[in-house]
Design a protein around this ligand. Structure first.
Ligand code: ACM
Length: 267
């Protein structure tokens, strides 16, 4: 039996204060002991950009930017894995990305496939597809989605087909409670754990750029049980034990395997 302690951190970033945001997220997350920590989407920069220029200025290299360096050093010190949503800069392009780190080493990045609303004006959409990562020290395969990706059930299914046992879901959700319900279904129909790390707070950067973030971060089991949950406005870090055996069992009756019973030629 492999039991992994998964955690989310629910933060309240201040727009444009990258260094302070990462420091306070790490301070918060340090309060709980876990093997795998999930941070919200764009947890370095905040969310509501108003120009491409601003987005470029606040995005960071995922090779050696300050935010990634802080997270690398946290994961090395705590001997843990981290999945964190960061504004990424590569040359003159920016991506809404997540970095996957294990014990001081970057395993890779995932760039958001389904950009939400005005994100399309600042970020390039990924053309790399969905990715899974094997966390060697923990013995667990994870997949990553970012926020609005939840709207597309194919994305979770693809990760499950590639063997993900846990879907890590950094988010800046704005439709109160909808994704939380949706991701319970994604956990159940794919028999995977889901860790949604959402943020709280309000950003008002002009008439088109006003967002209230909905909190309610959660950890859901393959049986659709809520193993940990946060409130709508609090900052918090919470942890839950995830027994990976549950995610390996894809039978829902002795005759029904949810992956091999699919009829993709008819979909
Ligand atoms: C979202 O994708 N941040 C709603």
């Amino acid at each position: 039996m492999t039991v992994v302690r998964g955690a989310f951190v629910q933060t309240r970033p201040k727009f444009g204060r990258n260094e302070e945001n990462i420091e306070s997220a790490i301070r918060l997350v340090s309060r709980v002991d876990a093997d795998l920590y999930v941070f919200p989407e764009l947890c370095n920069s905040g969310y509501a950009f108003t120009s491409k220029r601003e987005c470029l200025a606040l995005s960071e290299s995922l090779n050696n930017g300050n935010s990634v360096e802080q997270l690398l050093s946290y994961s090395e010190k705590r001997k843990c894995a981290v999945v964190a949503g960061l504004a990424e800069k590569e040359g003159q392009r920016t991506f809404n990305s997540s970095v996957v780190i294990e014990r001081g080493k970057i395993l890779g990045t995932y760039r958001k496939m389904h950009l939400f609303f005005r994100e399309k004006l600042w970020f390039s959409a990924s053309n790399r597809g969905f990715r899974t990562f094997f966390l060697e020290k923990i013995g667990c395969k994870i997949g990553v989605l970012i926020c609005f990706d939840w709207f597309f059930p194919e994305a979770s299914r693809k990760l499950a087909l590639e063997g993900a046992e846990v879907i890590c879901h950094p988010s800046d959700l704005v439709m109160s409670g909808k994704a939380q319900v949706g991701m319970m279904a994604r956990a159940f129909e794919n028999r995977v754990f889901v860790i949604t790390a959402n943020r709280v707070g309000f950003e008002n950067r002009g008439p088109k750029d006003r967002f209230r973030f909905t909190g309610m971060s959660q950890i859901i089991s393959p049986d659709m049980d809520k193993l940990a949950a946060a409130g709508k406005t609090e900052t918090a870090a919470k942890v839950a034990q995830m027994n990976l055996d549950l995610a390996k069992k894809k039978y829902v009756t002795p005759l029904n395997n949810i992956l091999s019973d699919r009829r993709p030629s008819y979909y």
